[in-house]
Design a protein around this ligand. Structure first.
Ligand SMILES: [Zn+2]
Length: 70
């Protein structure tokens, strides 16, 4: 089941939102999709451009991506 609320501000994604293109989708490793609301999408645009995840399914992503030791 996909979550329908923005993980950053908890805004519910309505059927009207689903019909539009304002929300951005983020595909999770487990195959689910996290939807980011338009406001948070704009606020986090730099992360998208940097190819960083915007958020985890339940909370904002870490400010700096965790680096794995090589
Ligand atoms: Zn939001």
């Amino acid at each position: 089941m996909n979550r329908t609320a923005c993980p950053l501000c908890a805004l519910e994604r309505t059927p009207a939102d689903a019909a539009g293109l304002a929300w951005s989708s983020q595909h999770e490793p487990d195959g689910s999709i996290t939807w980011i609301c338009p406001t948070c999408t704009r606020a986090q645009l730099w992360r998208i451009e940097a190819l960083l995840a915007i958020a985890t399914p339940t909370a904002p992503a870490a400010p700096v991506p965790a680096r794995r030791a090589a």
